[in-house]
Design a protein around this ligand. Structure first.
Ligand code: EPS
Length: 390
């Protein structure tokens, strides 16, 4: 399962095409719309989210609520397009009063993108480098999430820190799967703890006051995974690399850790690796989950726990210095309407990326033509694993 997106932040719409979707998969428009709404929410978002009401329109690959085995095309309209029809027109002359973006923001794709593509208007770059594009990813991943849900796999996320405020967790590798999805959804910053939520919101308020922006960390958790999904034999099969690449493809992601992550490098082996047990009911299991659900590039059957770090958004209301591309003189970087903090939204996008990789790996292992055959293959694999533990 792969996806490709198109669409500019202030163009008419975002589009995603999802390829490799099996036939017979039930798709719910409401479910995709609720994921789109989750991506739009979060304390610290800017004015754009007051304009948009992201809703998906499926234009191919689904008939009477089920996939038919062809690529699925999805669009999400940009309501803000109405305000940009002259500045973002596909055809016609350049308006004489067009304000080009010539003061690239440090930390954004503006400058390097303009140099690379030989344009004198950073808008050509920022329109596509904007995180608005991630709405299309979330819509695309709706297909993957439905597929995984049919096979008993749930993917969720929560925010672990914003700026220097952290959620206090005893052992995230054990605690994470126990968090209640409702507590996470009810928090304005997707944090399962009320006190931490309030402290994070206060940090965002202080950043807004100071003309600053804030990054943070979040975890994506997948439960219900079967062991042996992914592969160890070739570089391209390893889920660690595939999930890592998928998360690093999200704008602003600067670090990814699986399970204990960097902490594992500071502990001796006996305090890192997870002892194996044989449970008469559950089969092979682990006494803990420091690996975060992956060993040798494959799922272990324990929850997948991956943490990612998002840098602060580059648009600052108290801007850093830059160089004006017209005058070549020092100037302040451009101010755009922007978010103070988009970590909660980014966590939802990360869920989407993880879901697509996991769905792809499941399809590899269990076939990809239709849901009946896939479910039969999953059942027979479960059966074989069960026999093995007896
Ligand atoms: C975003 C839409 C954008 C930004 C933000 C994310 O809308 P606009 O540029 O019209 O305000 O709010 O984009 C960025 C953080 C960025 O760096 O470009 C969205 O829908 O997520």
């Amino acid at each position: 399962m792969r996806y490709l997106t198109a669409g500019e932040s202030h163009g008419p719409a975002l589009t995603a095409i999802v390829d490799g979707v099996p036939a017979g998969l039930k798709i719910s428009e409401d479910q995709i719309n609720s994921d789109l709404a989750r991506r739009q929410s979060g304390y610290g978002r800017g004015g754009r989210q007051a304009i948009e009401r992201d809703r998906v329109r499926v234009t191919s690959g689904v008939r009477f609520g089920r996939t038919i085995g062809s690529p699925v095309a999805l669009t999400v309209a940009n309501r803000d397009w109405e305000n940009w029809t002259d500045r973002m027109a596909a055809f016609g002359d350049v308006p004489s009063d067009l304000m080009r973006e010539v003061c690239p923001r440090p930390g954004h794709a503006d400058l390097v993108g303009a140099l690379k593509t030989n344009t004198d208007d950073c808008r050509n770059i920022l329109e596509r480098a904007s995180a608005r594009e991630t709405a299309a990813r979330v819509a695309a991943a709706g297909i993957a999430r439905e597929f995984l849900a049919e096979l008993g796999v749930e993917v969720f996320s929560y925010v672990a820190s914003i700026g220097d405020v952290s959620l206090d967790e005893d052992d995230p590798m054990l605690a994470a799967p126990d968090y209640k999805p409702l507590d996470i959804e009810l928090s304005d910053v997707r944090c399962p703890d009320e006190e931490a939520t309030e402290a994070m919101k206060a940090a965002i308020d202080a950043a807004r006051e100071a003309g600053e922006s804030l990054g943070g960390t979040f975890r994506v958790v997948a439960t219900g995974l079967l062991p042996g999904v992914g592969g160890y034999a070739t570089a391209g099969e390893r889920l660690t690399g595939r999930i890592g690449a998928a998360l690093f493809s999200i704008p602003a992601i600067k670090g990814v850790e699986f399970g204990l992550g960097f902490q594992a490098a500071r502990r001796p082996g006996s305090q890192v690796h997870d002892p194996i047990e044989l449970d008469p009911k559950a089969g092979f299991t682990r006494t803990r989950n420091n690996a975060g659900g992956l060993e040798g590039g494959m799922t272990t059957g324990m929850p997948l726990i991956v943490t990612a770090a998002m840098k602060p958004i580059p648009t600052l209301m108290t801007p850093l210095s830059t160089v004006n591309l017209d005058t070549l003189e020092p100037e302040e970087a451009s101010r755009e309407r922007s978010d103070v903090c988009a970590v909660p939204a980014c966590a939802v996008v990360a869920e989407a990326e993880v879901a697509i990789v996991l769905a792809d790996a499941y399809l590899e292992k269990f076939g990809h033509d239709n849901m009946t055959d896939i479910k039969a293959a999953v059942k027979s694999y479960r059966q074989r694993l069960r026999t093995l533990s007896r």
